[in-house]
Structure formats: structure tokens, C-alpha cells
Design a protein around this ligand. Sequence first.
Ligand code: NDP
Ligand code: 8X3
Length: 254
Amino acid sequence: MKKIALVTGATSGIGMACATALAAASYRVIITGRNTAALDSLADRLAREPGPESVCKLVFDVCNLEACREAIGSLPADWQAVDVLVNNAGLALGLEPEYEGDPTDWYTMIDTNIKGVLNMTRIIVPGMIERGRGHVINMGSVAGDAAYAGGNVYCATKSAVKAITDGLRIDVAHTPLRVTLIKPGLVETNFSRVRFHGDNERADNVYKGIEPLTADDIADTVVYAAQAPAHVQIAEMLVLATHQANGSFIYREK
Ligand code: NDP
Ligand code: 8X3
């Protein structure tokens, strides 16, 4: 029987690439996000490929625990046994020094990147434990390894994702469940447009002078971790563009 993967933040970038790659790897995919039109168009595209029952969509905000519960509770019975949870939804907002940052931006990052991961984990993992199978793949970041200039709160949220992932791995070590943290570096998606509140010129500058990773590169790592043999737990993967050394050092061609 085909396995079921649920991807949060599947309406764009890495999440969309993960949903596409998992569908191509024969998973039945639950795509979730806030943007109904983007989910509809992804669902149409995926359904044309492996078969009409291979995709299911849910519209909800990961920050809202009740909305998460309601959405997961509304899944048809034959979609409820999620095998792979990809906690991908997340964002950065702003790159100001901490003493000049916008508290509204901070709280949105904390709610989405930390509470969103916890909400989905709390709802999906008990079923995985009951069934004796499952894999949680969290989208961390090189930003969680060390703070970089202006990264303050975003970096803190990704450090929290690492601690939450490591904690879950300990908590399920007595079960067959696996827990993975993927830590990408610079990936060209909508990420910087969102971070700079729609300033496209500033966003484009982030990727100048370096060939960044693509969302597909990260999706490949997710599929690799998901498809590793059952006794192999890919605990953590740091994936950087070739000319990026860490969160702070990027060699750019002039
Ligand atoms: P995108 O902006 O392209 O995609 C982010 C996705 O998250 C969108 O689908 C967005 O949906 C969704 N999302 C945001 N907030 C919520 C919410 N409250 N509820 C549900 N969905 C939400 O960026 P990326 O694909 O690059 O980012 C995906 C993940 O990868 C994030 O966790 C990010 O931190 C991480 N990451 C990104 C890197 C990069 O350089 N791009 C590097 C390292 C990690 P909507 O359109 O509704 O906002
Ligand atoms: C996204 C990568 O370096 O812009 O997490 O923070 S970075």
C-alpha cells in the first residue's frame, strides 16, 4: 500500500517541491497551506500524474491549533494514517538589528516556525506511535546553527526547531518512528520576498553572485531521508550552496 505524506506550506517553494517529489516517489500526498488557489493548482497538477486518489488538500493556518485539529480531523478515513509529516511551513520577517525589530514580525515567526511545528507534531505523532510507524521531517535552517547579523529572532526560531526535533527523537526512541532535521542554506524561493515584505529588488540581491540551492535540491534530501531503510534514521542534514560556508559567510562573484 502507498504511504501517505503530509506537507505543510505546500503552496510555495520548498513545500511545493517536497509535495511534488513525494508524489513522484509514489506517496499519496496531503498538501496543506493557507492559499486555496495555490493548493488547488498544485492538487490539479499532482492529480494528473500518479492517479486521482493520490492527492488531498487541506486549507489551514499552522499557527492555529484548533484549525489544525479541525483540518486533520476532517481527513477522510483512508487519508488519516499519515506516514511522513513534513513540517515545512515557515518564514522570516525582517533583517533589522534586534533593538529595532518589529515585535509583530517576531511573534509571527515564533507562532509559525515554533508553535506551527509543535501543533502539527502534537496532532499527528500520537497516531504514528499507535500504528508503530511514522517519520517526522522538520525544516530547520543553517540559521539555527548560529545567529547571523539581523537574523536574531528568525535564527532563534530555527534553533528552537532543532531542539524540538532533537527532543522528539529522544521521546520516540523506544518506537520505530524516525525524526529528521533538514537544515538548508540559501534556497531561492519566495522566502526573501516574504522576509523583505515584498521588496523584490532587495530579495533578488540575496541571490546575486552565488548559485543558490533550489527548492528541488531540498526536496531531494527529504525524499532521501523518507526512503532510507527502516533501520536508518537520517537525524540531521545541513545542505549548503557550494559557495556558502555557513549562515554568515557566502563567497559572491563580483
Ligand atoms: P516560501 O515563502 O516559498 O514558502 C513558505 C511556505 O510556508 C508557503 O507555502 C507559506 O504559505 C507557508 N506558510 C507560512 N506561514 C504559514 C502559516 N501560518 N500556516 C500555513 N502555512 C504557512 O519559503 P521557503 O519554501 O523557502 O520556506 C519553507 C521553509 O524552509 C521555511 O520553514 C523556511 O524557514 C525554511 N528555509 C528556507 C530557506 C531558504 O533560503 N529559502 C533556507 C532554510 C530554511 P503562504 O503562501 O500562505 O504564506
Ligand atoms: C533561510 C536561510 O540563511 O537566509 O533559513 O537564514 S538564511
